[in-house]
Design a protein around this ligand. Structure first.
Ligand code: C5P
Length: 231
């Protein structure tokens, strides 16, 4: 896969103007964007259709955790907007993941990704919610559940990418946020990794937000990420 299509830039903004400004600045250098709950709520679904109309792939990070019927409806709505990826919480169990996968069948380009354990969580955080496993163990357990439910891939930290690739096989998508460039100090990421480390470990895509969108020169920052991915 060429590095450009492996980089997903997270548009974590509270208004459409700021998001469009970055998309315009990055131009042809970026083909894949993540739209999360903040921007979707602030700017509305039109923005997703606008990005798709510009030829961009959109990862709609809905983080669905609802009853199966409602999850299926939200996945259909994401598919109708032209999204390429949508997320569902694997902690919600097989029922909601299977509902999401079934709903996505009407939209051939739409991939359902399962969230395992957010990259900011530690063993202590898991223990607090009654999960007596390490993040690594919990990620693997949930990833296998997701695969069994038919999900096309998982979201996980760079540090779990290798074991996930081993467990899920060569075709699964393994999408890793929690990406920092070498020398950059991690913000709230508890289990960060560089783009190169993530891809070398078996990630199919990396999600990069503020490293690019918060840079004085976003194009230069994107090029640094891409250069870091090249062998
Ligand atoms: O930190 P950064 O700005 O690169 O975050 C980009 C995306 O990565 C966010 O939209 C968020 O969904 C995801 N992220 C995460 N865990 C974190 C921090 C960010 O999954 N600890």
């Amino acid at each position: 896969m060429d590095p450009t299509s492996q980089i997903i830039v997270a548009l974590d903004f509270d208004n459409r103007r700021a998001a469009e400004e970055i998309v315009d600045r990055l131009g042809e250098e970026c083909r894949f964007y993540k739209v999360g709950l903040e921007l979707l709520t602030a700017a509305g679904p039109d923005l997703v259709e606008h990005l798709v109309a510009k030829g961009k792939d959109v990862f709609l990070d809905l983080k669905l955790f609802e009853i199966p019927n409602s999850v299926a409806g939200a996945v259909r709505a994401a598919g109708a907007l032209g999204a390429s990826m949508v997320t569902v919480h694997s902690m919600g169990g097989t029922g909601i993941m299977a509902a999401a996968v079934a709903a996505a069948r009407d939209f051939p380009r739409l991939r359902v990704l399962a969230l395992t354990v957010v990259t900011s969580m530690t063993s202590t955080d898991l223990a607090e919610i009654g999960v007596n496993a390490s993040p690594q163990e919990q990620v693997l357990r949930l990833a296998q559940l997701a695969q069994g439910a038919g999900c096309h891939g998982v979201i996980a930290s760079p540090q779990e990418a290798a074991s996930l690739r081993g467990v899920l096989g060569p075709n699964a998508l393994v999408v890793t946020p929690g990406i920092t460039l070498p020398g950059e100090s991690p913000t709230e990421h508890a289990r960060p990794g560089t783009p190169r480390a993530a891809i070398a470990a078996g990630a199919s895509h990396v999600v990069v937000g503020r490293t690019i969108t918060g840079a004085a020169d976003p194009v230069a920052a994107l090029r640094l990420v891409r250069a870091n991915l090249e062998p």
